[in-house]
Ligand binder design. Structure first.
Ligand code: PEP
Ligand code: MN
Length: 358
């Protein structure tokens, strides 16, 4: 079966779904005919079905000819502006690796740590605590894009060096936000994954640089970004040849002021429908209060998130940034224990504590 196209759909990109168990020669023949028109191809080989994505600016292919090819099942127009992040192009869920950790199906990855790296001792003590409770990735901001220019702006490369020391001490993977090309280059030397923050989600130059770096990228949702804008931001990174993108819902601006932002948990199932990329939830920046973090973390697990990002501090009252939303060590440990049965229930067990403490 295949679709008929309207004239406007003809100008859009498309995917060619091959029949189950299609012969390799048939797949190659379709690819060659597309490339011969100067268009690029994105191949997604699943267990049974192969999908050939066609990307080109206002591409015009003779779909009537393509459906005549051996083993072509159907041709589906892709009307969305994002392609590589689109589930139509890549139906299998993606798993992104970051150093020794991974984020994707079948696992619950907890990223925890301070908002900002403050001192080496502070970071080491937080790293040990979050690891003992079951986190697998350490977060810590070395470049802080603060709302006020007079607030603490981060230790920059020195902070990154502390992240590396903490990783060596604990075996945790590490993530740090980047705000410039210079920061990306520095981060590549010291940490496993980079983060593009909410305020930079539509900094298209930075997104391209993050794409070129080849590093795994955690892309936070912009403060006022729609799902489509967010996926287009992911597309900027992926179109530079970097498929290692993880999305992070961190709350959006609404008229509500009781919480710092409004956590849009529906973004998780919506993204599952639209994209193959992993999606995690940040209950810290979304609520802005340590009191609401546990409830929203559990809700995030229940609605299918691949992971959580939680701010943890040894002394929240004296934290240089985001103290009010940071969990103490005992609060974080309690939350992790409470999360275990939820994670089991959704088929994403947390790592056994014994292994985490080795
Ligand atoms: C952060 O994770 O430290 C941060 C600044 O988050 P966001 O970009 O979501 O505000
Ligand atoms: Mn923060």
């Amino acid at each position: 079966m295949f679709f008929t196209f309207t004239d406007s759909e003809r100008e859009n990109d498309m995917i060619i779904v091959m029949k189950p168990q299609a012969a390799q020669e048939s797949i190659d023949a379709v690819i060659s005919s597309i490339q011969a028109k100067g268009l690029s191809v994105h191949l997604s080989k699943g267990e049974e079905v192969t999908i050939i994505g066609v990307i080109g600016d206002k591409a015009r292919l003779s779909t009537e000819n393509l459906v005549m090819y051996q083993d072509v099942d159907r041709i589906v127009p892709v009307t969305e502006s994002y392609k590589l992040s689109n589930k139509k192009f890549h139906p299998e869920p993606t798993c992104v690796k970051a150093g020794p950790a991974q984020i994707g199906p079948g696992t619950m990855t907890v990223i925890a740590g301070p908002c900002a790296v403050e001192t080496e001792d502070q970071l080491l003590c937080i790293a040990r605590a979050v690891k003992a409770s079951g986190a697998t990735i350490l977060r810590g901001g070395a470049y802080k894009p603060r709302t006020s220019p007079y607030s603490f702006q981060g230790l920059e490369e020195e902070g990154l060096r502390y992240m590396q020391t903490a990783a060596r001490e604990t075996g945790l993977a590490t993530i740090c936000e980047v705000v410039s090309q210079e920061a990306i280059e520095a981060a590549a030397k010291y940490v496993d994954m980079i983060q593009i923050g909410a305020r930079n989600m539509q900094n298209f130059i930075l997104l391209r640089e993050a794409g070129r770096s080849g590093m795994p990228v955690l892309l936070k949702r912009g403060l006022c970004a729609t799902i489509d804008e967010w996926l287009n931001a992911a597309e900027y990174i992926m179109s530079e040849g970097n498929p290692n993108v993880v999305l992070c819902e961190r709350g959006i601006r609404t008229y509500e002021t009781a919480t710092r932002n409004t956590l849009d948990l529906s973004a998780v199932p919506v993204m599952r429908e639209k994209s193959h990329l992993p999606i995690i939830v940040d209950p810290s920046h979304s609520t802005g209060s340590y009191r609401y973090v546990p409830s929203m973390a559990k809700a995030a697990v229940a609605c299918g998130a691949d992971g959580l990002m939680i701010e943890v501090h040894n002394d929240p009252a004296h934290a240089l940034s985001d103290g009010p939303q940071s969990l103490t060590f005992p609060h974080f440990d309690k939350l992790m224990q409470e999360l275990r049965p939820f994670c089991e229930l959704v088929g994403r067990p947390l790592p056994p504590l014994k292994a985490a403490q080795e």
